[in-house]
Design a protein around this ligand. Structure first.
Ligand code: SAM
Ligand code: SF4
Length: 315
């Protein structure tokens, strides 16, 4: 359905947990987050009910996210139920990839169409520093498991951080030469854990074009501008929420693991969906879509109005 500004909203990012097996320095507090009571987060049945109601409002693409979606108990069943909704045209997942060796095949069988795997560095030591507890080899095994399970069009999401991994732009984009892997560079957004980081950490995606002037523009996909290295199979995508906000073409809403609909990532506005059923649930989602703000102000204020950390939204 259309929002009040004529944008077609068809994409739902659904967070299934705030918990994570990593502690990325820009996303999660070092100590992690307090494990919530089972009843504080949406049950498998509630997730299915909310997804069906969202579909009745015109949602056609679902991305399961977190926290880390693969640490959520029942994740395969959640995916199976969403994939079984006939109007869902695409079911994707964003994951840190660590548990993919265990889950990739089951996810594929459950009906997940595509995976985005977050990987900000190819340097094992840096990976440990960035994630505080992660081992690079586990994610690389996860990428291999995704390919072996038959996932196509897999994307590697890399958040660029000035002075940390901007020297790896080339190495990361070279992954697009290795079969059906696409790389997406995402600008770091000042929110939650990294809200008060120094300005030098926030670098524009123009640094990617500067590092590889031979990139050829090949179009757009959702909010990403797409490029290709000459001779490469995969694409290099730039997602630039800070330097060139894409609010006029925004097509998404978010639902948090505790059942709040967020019409805009950077707004503090949330609409409770828990306890609602049937037509009331559908009407609430429809009116939340209609009130989606025209734009956020991240580009001029470098401040997100969202009160949540990224792990509690889902990216
Ligand atoms: N745990 C999963 C993962 O890391 O892919 C899914 C959730 S994570 C919150 C989703 C994405 O948000 C990841 O690619 C992560 O790098 C990105 N992210 C987290 N904090 C961010 C920030 N402040 N700015 C930009 N991207 C961020
Ligand atoms: Fe976990 Fe993903 Fe946040 Fe890293 S970015 S701490 S993997 S939720």
């Amino acid at each position: 359905m259309k929002d009040d500004f004529g944008r077609d909203i068809y994409y739902l990012r659904l967070s299934v947990t705030d918990l994570c097996n990593l502690r990325c320095i820009y996303c999660m507090p070092e100590k992690g987050v307090e494990k919530r009571c089972h009843s504080d987060i949406l049950s498998v049945e509630e997730i299915e009910e909310i997804t069906k109601a969202a579909v009745a409002c015109g949602i056609r693409k679902i991305r399961v996210t977190g926290g880390e979606p693969l640490v959520r108990r029942g994740i395969v069943e959640i995916c199976r139920r969403i994939a079984a909704i006939p109007e869902v045209e695409e079911l994707c997942m964003t994951t840190n990839g660590v548990l993919l060796p265990q889950y990739a095949k089951e996810l594929k069988e459950a009906g997940v169409d595509r995976l985005n795997i977050s990987l900000d560095t190819l340097n094992a030591e840096k990976y440990r520093m960035l994630t505080r507890v992660g081992e690079l080899e586990n994610v690389l095994a996860g990428v291999r498991a995704a390919l072996e399970a038959g996932f196509e069009n897999t994307k590697i999401n890399a958040v660029l951080i000035g002075g940390v991994n901007d020297d790896e732009i080339r190495a990361l984009m070279d992954l697009t030469r290795q079969g059906s892997i696409n790389v997406r560079f995402i600008e770091l957004m000042p929110m939650g854990e990294c809200a008060d980081w120094s300005r030098e950490r926030f670098i524009s995606n123009s640094s990617v074009l500067k590092a590889a002037p031979e990139l050829e523009e090949v179009g757009t996909a959702g909010v990403a501008k797409l490029y290709r290295l000459p001779g490469a199979i995969g694409t290099v995508g730039l997602i630039s929420p800070v330097s060139s906000h894409f609010c006029p073409t925004c097509n998404r809403i978010r639902v948090t693991a505790d059942g709040k609909l967020k019409p805009c990532l950077h707004s503090s506005r949330e609409v409770n969906l828990r306890g609602l059923h049937g037509q009331e649930l559908i009407d609430t989602i429809a009116s939340a879509i209609r009130i989606k703000p025209k734009k956020h102000h991240l580009d001029d204020t470098m401040t997100s109005e969202s009160v949540r950390n990224m792990n509690a939204i889902g990216g």
